[in-house]
Design a protein around this ligand. Structure first.
Ligand SMILES: NC(=O)C1=CN([C@@H]2O[C@H](COP(=O)(O)OP(=O)(O)OC[C@H]3O[C@@H](n4cnc5c(N)ncnc54)[C@H](OP(=O)(O)O)[C@@H]3O)[C@@H](O)[C@H]2O)C=CC1
Ligand SMILES: O=CC(=O)O
Length: 320
């Protein structure tokens, strides 16, 4: 008998067909309050789960006595309670690597849009406000030849460093817990402490995973260390930043501007204070959101799922 798996996110038919060669698939395009009871019912007999964002914790796992593997179609896995999964002998996987270039394109685009005030000026033109040569009040700041500090120089961080070094002649500083030789040797990145990075960077880009160690790692103290002209870019997770402190730093001129792809609460509420600030550019968590890359992520997630259920080691097994 084929193992039963639940795919709880809309994926391409090609991905479902691949899984169906070895598994019985129950699929939900997305989970919401209407279909969640049915999902929990299916979970009782499911051996595998594929999707992203869903919180996989003790409460959920208590509904899933037969589960053998949970597969994210994302590189971040802060939605998994790894200690609980490990205690129950359930494998967990993610999708690193295949999204690096696409996410780096998004984050670099966000950085450029924030520095050159592109969304604000787009609105200016479309609102019919362009009546004469624009003045200094609408100027942006340069990106090329500036200092970019990357906190979290991993797969995505290195792809950002490549763009900054080869395309924009930027000087690159980075902070991790360990050294990244590729970023140093290929893209001239210099390793430094977090405080040095914050003090010296014109652009601070946060690209760490969300873990207990990185939760609110950027707060009041860190914004105070940044230059008053600094632009802060967050592509990691909303909770790596103290959002209240970010709002204060933007209001009081502690930093110049921010570009945000992620928020503490997603989707962000329309009345959130960050959304009414002119010096903030926002995106709806679209780092990897291109047809090509989302397809690769879904297929890699499916490959992990099938490998695990066939008794093989999934290529992207998360080790704790
Ligand atoms: N906005 C979006 O759509 C996307 C968001 N992301 C987010 O970005 C994260 C990173 O992705 P990716 O680059 O693929 O992951 P990687 O694991 O390749 O890189 C993460 C980097 O963060 C560093 N890091 C981890 N913990 C700390 C810490 N406590 N202090 C300083 N540095 C730390 C790691 O270095 P070291 O271990 O040496 O400290 C590593 O270099 C994901 O986990 C996800 O949350 C990713 C893709 C898309
Ligand atoms: O946020 C996206 C991811 O892949 O992680």
């Amino acid at each position: 008998m084929k193992p039963k798996v639940i795919v709880y996110k809309k994926v391409d038919k090609q991905v479902l067909d691949f899984i169906q060669t070895t598994c019985d698939v129950v699929s939900f395009d997305q989970l919401d309050s209407n279909n969640f009871p049915q999902f929990l019912q299916e979970l009782k007999t499911a051996e595998g789960l594929l999707g992203s964002v869903l919180k996989v914790d003790k409460e959920l796992l208590d509904h899933a006595p037969n589960l053998k593997i949970v597969c994210n179609t994302s590189v971040g896995y802060d939605n998994f309670d790894m200690a609980e999964l490990s205690a129950r002998g359930i494998m967990a996987t993610n999708t690193p690597g295949v999204l690096n270039d696409t996410v780096a394109d998004t984050i670099f685009g966000l950085l450029l849009a924030t520095a050159r005030r592109i969304p604000e000026l787009d609105q200016f033109v479309k609102n019919g406000q362009w009546e004469s040569m624009i003045g200094e009040d609408l100027f942006g700041v340069d990106v090329h030849h500036k200092v970019l500090g990357i906190i979290g120089m991993g797969g995505v961080g290195t792809a950002i460093a490549k763009r900054a070094h080869l395309g924009f002649d930027m000087q690159i500083l980075y902070h991790n817990r360990s050294r990244n030789e590729e970023a140093e040797n290929k893209f001239g990145a210099t390793y430094c402490s977090l405080d040095e990075l914050l003090q010296q960077s014109d652009y601070v880009c946060l690209m760490t995973p969300l873990t207990p160690a990185t939760e609110k790692m950027i707060g009041k103290r860190e914004f105070e260390l940044m230059k008053k002209t600094a632009i802060f870019i967050n592509g990691s997770r909303g909770k790596t930043v103290d959002e209240e402190a970010l709002i204060d730093a933007l209001k009081t001129g502690e930093i110049l501007a921010a570009g945000l792809d992620v928020f503490v609460e997603e989707p962000v509420q329309p009345n959130h204070p960050l959304l009414s600030m002119k010096n903030v550019v926002t995106l709806p968590h679209i780092g990897s959101a291109t047809y090509e890359t989302r397809m690769k992520m879904a297929m890699l997630g499916a490959t992990n799922l099938v490998a695990g259920l066939q008794g093989n080691t999934p290529p992207n097994l998360i080790k704790i």
